[in-house]
Design a protein around this ligand. Structure first.
Ligand SMILES: [Zn+2]
Length: 267
């Protein structure tokens, strides 16, 4: 009991530290800067931050959300990303054995960065989406459990199939929507992201991810439209919704599949 609590706490701390690194990635990857150097600087005045203030979550709380150097307001997104990643890692740790946890934690980290960049720039870099497809296929080969398979070749085939179907569905949707509306309605980046998700999670996850992401996306879109009123042309990125739906699949996908299959086998 106690060792498992200690392990879970360690995973939480690990998640918070990874989240802190993901914040750096969200800021620097789109600008083409190194994610290793230089050390973190105050986003407002550029002064280098002393080590202890780099502490995830706590640093922000100790500063009460203001930079010590210049008093500028710090974006609450930083501690939120750290806390979110920490909670996500802890949840995955409870659900999956260590090898699967490693893969899913890596996937989640990639999704956090993709969402952050999509929110800021309305694009998702290929390094994340295409990189995700390649990583998903390789991971399935080395860890066939990812695709519920016994053997590596079968797992890889299922992963490729998932990528092709995920990418294909959204690519066709994007093309059709652009043709109907006579303007670019949806980025190809979203299709590439769903291809990556299909590579990791397999094609059975795709209907769930599509339904959950478009439902929550529409809901948030409607709220945003109401609160901003006249600004009708406001673009809302779809990537964060795909990411959220994929993470929800990691949490309850197995349980849902069992429910569905039990129902089918009883009927
Ligand atoms: Zn400053």
């Amino acid at each position: 009991m106690i060792p498992s609590l200690i392990l879970s706490s360690a995973v939480f701390v690990l998640g918070a530290c990874v989240g802190s690194f993901l914040n750096v990635c969200i800021l620097r990857v789109p600008l083409g800067q190194s994610i290793v150097r230089p050390r973190s600087r105050c986003p407002a005045c550029g002064l280098e931050l002393p080590g202890f203030l780099n502490l995830p979550i706590l640093g922000y709380c100790m500063l009460r959300g203001r930079a010590r150097c210049c008093g500028a307001h710090l974006d609450p997104r930083y501690p939120l990303v750290e806390l979110g990643t920490a909670l996500a890692f802890t949840a995955l740790w409870q659900l999956y054995p260590a090898p699967l946890f490693l893969v899913y934690a890596t996937l989640t980290a990639g999704l956090v960065v993709a969402s952050g960049i999509d929110l800021d720039y309305l694009v998702i870099p290929d390094s994340l989406t295409v990189g995700g497809v390649v990583t998903g296929i390789c991971a399935s080969y080395f860890l066939p459990e990812l695709q519920n398979c016994q053997n590596s070749t079968d797992a890889m085939i299922r992963s490729v199939l998932g990528a092709a179907m995920g990418g294909g569905i959204l690519w066709i949707t994007a093309k059709a929507a652009s043709w109907l509306l006579q303007k670019e309605a949806m980025g190809i980046g979203d299709a590439k992201l769903l291809a990556g998700l299909g590579a990791f999670l397999g094609w059975p996850s795709l209907p769930f991810i599509l339904v959950v992401s478009s439902f929550t996306g529409t809901l948030v879109g409607m709220v945003a439209l109401k609160s901003r009123k006249r600004k009708l042309g406001v673009k809302i990125p779809y990537g964060p919704f795909l990411a959220w739906a994929a993470f929800l699949w990691l949490l309850i996908g197995d349980w849902m599949m069992q429910k569905v299959f039990l129902k089918i086998s009883f009927e």
